[in-house]
Write a protein that binds this ligand. Structure first.
Ligand code: AHR
Length: 493
C-alpha cells in the first residue's frame, strides 16, 4: 500500500528556526565534569579544558545553541561561585543529581567561551528557586554590559573585556517541580518580577526572556502564563516532554522488546498533540505568534535498562533513539510557526546524548547522525506537509507509522526527511513533485538490522548515514520505499 504525501511550496510558510536544533548541557552525571570538561591539565586534547573531539563533533552538527547549567541544577546554582580564580571557587554539593561534589571549575566564562568556540548561542537558565532577583539581574549585567558598572568591572577583572551578549535567558526551570514547587499563578508573579529587573543592558538584539515550561500536558500552566504575563515581557514559553515507558504495564524493563519500543514511540509521538494544544492556547492570547514555544527539554528517558546504564542517567543510545529523534524533529519542523527553539536532553553522556565518551574515546550516537542529517533544515523555509499516515499497530494499540517534514534552503535545494516508525513493515510514500519543481534527488539513510543496535567504543561506526537508493522519480512523482525503523533524508533539485 502506498501513502500519498502532499508537500506545498508556499512562500508564506514560516522559516524553520535553526534553534530547533539546539542542545542542553546540565551539571548531571558525566555531562559537564568528565564529559565536556576534563580540565586544561588533562592528557585528553582540549581547549581551555573542554575536549577537542566534542568541540569538533558539535561544530559539525552546526549546533545553534546550548542551554546551561540546568535543568533542576539551575535553581540551585549561584553563578558567582563559578567565576574568578579557580582555586578560590567553593566546592558545592550537586544535590539534585546524586550529591556529588563539584569544584566549580566550569563556570560562566568556561561556558560562554565554549559557546563562542562552537559558534553557538548560549542559553543561560537563571536561578529563581533558590536565588534572588538581584543575582539574576547581575548575571545579565556581567555577561552583557560593555560600559562601566560593578558587574562589567568584575568581568574585566576576571579576564574578559568584551561582553558575550547572551541573548537567551531562562527565568527558572520546572518551577512547578524541582524549581520551587510553585503554582502557575505564583510563578507568573515571580516571572514578572524577575523579568522587570533583567534589563537588556547592551545586547543590541535584545534579550529573550523565557518562562519555565509546563510539565508535558499541563495546559493550565501555559494558559496562566499567557494570561498573567504581559506579552512584551515574554520571549518564549517552555515545554518539557520526555518519552518514557510505562513500566508498570509490563515487565521490569530489563529487555528492550517490541512492547518497550512501542511504548517509547507512543510517548515520543505525543509531542504532536502537546505542541498543537499548547500552541492553540498561546494563539488565544498571541494570535500574531510573537511569543515562541521553546521545547527546552526533549528526548528519551529510560529509567531501567539492564546493562545499558553503566553510569548515572547514562543511556545506551540505539537505533530506536534515531527513530525517536527523526520523528520528533519532524514535528518541530511542521510546527515552525510557533516552535522556535528546542533542546535535546542532553548533549554528552546523559539521557538521549549525541556523544558518549570514555577516558580517551568518543562515540557519535545514532541520534547524533539524525541531528547531522537534519541540520539542512536549519533556517530553511518550511514546506507544509499533508499526510494520512498508515498505522503501526501493536496488539490493540496503533500509532502513525510515518513522519515527514520538508524545507527549501536558501540555494533552492529541497530537503525531505522521512521516518518509518513501524518496527516490522516497509512503507511506501508517493510525493507529487510538480509543485516542488524537483527533477533529481539524492538520499541518505540511517538504519540497522536491529532496533537495539548501537555504536560502541569497539564498533563506533556501526550506525551512521549511508547512501540511500530506495526511491525513484518517474513522471513527476517521487516514490520512496522506507525500510522498517529507518530515518531518511532526500535532497532534491
Ligand atoms: O534533564 C534532566 C532533568 O529533567 C532536568 O534537570 C529537569 O529540568 C528535567 O526534569
Amino acid at each position: 500500500e502506498t501513502t500519498v504525501v502532499t508537500i506545498k511550496n508556499t512562500a508564506t510558510a514560516p522559516t524553520i528556526d535553526k534553534n530547533i536544533y539546539g542542545h542542553f548541557a546540565e551539571h548531571l552525571g558525566r555531562c559537564i565534569y568528565g564529559g565536556f570538561f576534563v580540565g586544561d591539565t588533562s592528557k585528553i586534547p582540549n581547549t581551555a579544558g573542554v575536549r577537542n573531539d566534542i568541540i569538533d563533533a558539535l561544530k559539525k552538527l552546526k549546533i545553534p545553541n546550548l542551554r546551561w547549567p540546568g535543568g533542576c541544577f539551575a535553581d540551585t546554582y549561584h553563578w558567582k561561585d563559578g567565576i574568578g580564580p579557580k582555586e578560590n571557587r567553593p566546592t558545592i554539593v550537586n544535590r539534585w543529581w546524586g550529591g556529588t561534589t563539584e569544584d566549580n571549575s566550569f563556570g560562566t566564562h568556561d561556558f560562554l567561551n565554549l559557546c563562542e568556540t562552537l559558534g553557538a548561542e548560549p542559553y543561560l537558565s537563571g536561578n529563581v528557586g533558590s536565588g534572588t532577583v538581584q543575582e539574576l539581574a547581575d548575571w545579565v549585567q556581567y555577561a552583557n554590559f560593555g560600559g562601566k558598572s560593578p558587574m562589567s568591572d568584575l568581568r574585566i577583572k576576571n579576564g574578559r573585556k568584551e561582553p558575550w551578549k547572551v541573548k537567551f535567558w531562562g527565568i527558572g526551570n520546572e518551577a512547578w517541580g524541582c524549581g520551587g514547587n510553585m503554582t502557575a499563578n505564583y510563578y507568573a508573579g515571580e516571572y514578572r518580577k524577575y523579568a522587570t529587573f533583567m534589563s537588556d543592558w547592551e545586547n543590541t538584539g535584545g534579550i529573550t526572556r523565557i518562562a519555565s515550561g509546563s510539565n508535558s500536558a499541563d495546559y493550565n500552566w501555559t494558559e496562566v502564563l499567557m494570561k498573567d504575563i504581559p506579552l512584551n515581557m515574554l520571549g518564549g514559553v517552555g515545554v518539557h516532554h520526555y518519552a518514557v515507558i510505562d513500566w508498570a504495564k509490563k515487565g521490569d524493563g530489563t529487555d528492550f522488546t517490541e512492547f518497550e519500543y512501542f511504548q517509547t514511540m507512543k510517548s515520543a509521538l505525543k509531542m504532536e498533540e502537546l505542541v498543537t494544544k499548547h500552541s492553540a492556547i498561546m494563539d488565544k492570547y498571541d494570535p500574531e505568534k510573537k511569543v515562541a514555544m521553546i521545547v527546552d527539554e526533549w528526548g528519551a528517558w529510560y529509567e531501567v535498562e539492564k546493562g545499558t546504564n553503566p553510569g548515572f542517567l547514562y543511556q545506551q543510545n540505539t537505533m530506536r533513539d534515531a527513530v525517536l529523534a527523526g520523528s520528533t524533529l519532524n514535528i518541530f519542523n511542521n510546527h515552525a510557526d510557533r516552535v522556535r527553539m528546542a533542546n535535546l536532553a542532553q548533549c554528552v553522556n546523559v539521557l538521549q546524548a549525541v556523544i558518549l565518551t570514555d577516558e580517551a574515546r568518543m562515540i557519535l550516537t545514532p541520534t547524533y547522525y539524525v541531528m547531522q542529517l537534519y541540520s539542512v533544515h536549519q533556517d530553511a523555509q518550511q514546506l507544509p506537509i499533508t499526510i494520512k499516515s498508515p498505522l503501526y499497530t501493536y496488539k490493540e494499540e496503533s500509532l502513525p507509522a510515518l513522519s515527514v517534514s520538508a524545507s527549501k534552503d536558501k540555494k533552492g535545494l529541497v530537503h525531505i526527511s522521512l521516518v518509518n516508525v513501524d518496527s516490522k513493515k516497509e512503507n511506501t510514500v508517493e510525493i507529487d513533485l510538480n509543485e516542488l519543481g524537483i527533477k533529481t534527488a539524492t538520499g541518505m539513510i540511517i538504519g540497522s538490522p536491529k532496533l537495539q543496535d548501537f555504536n560502541s567504543f569497539d564498533n563506533p561506526t556501526k550506525i551512521q548515514p549511508v547512501a540511500f537508493k530506495g526511491f525513484e522519480i518517474k513522471k513527476g512523482k517521487l516514490t520512496v520505499k522506507l525500510p522498517p525503523f529507518s530515518v531518511i533524508m532526500l535532497e532534491g533539485k
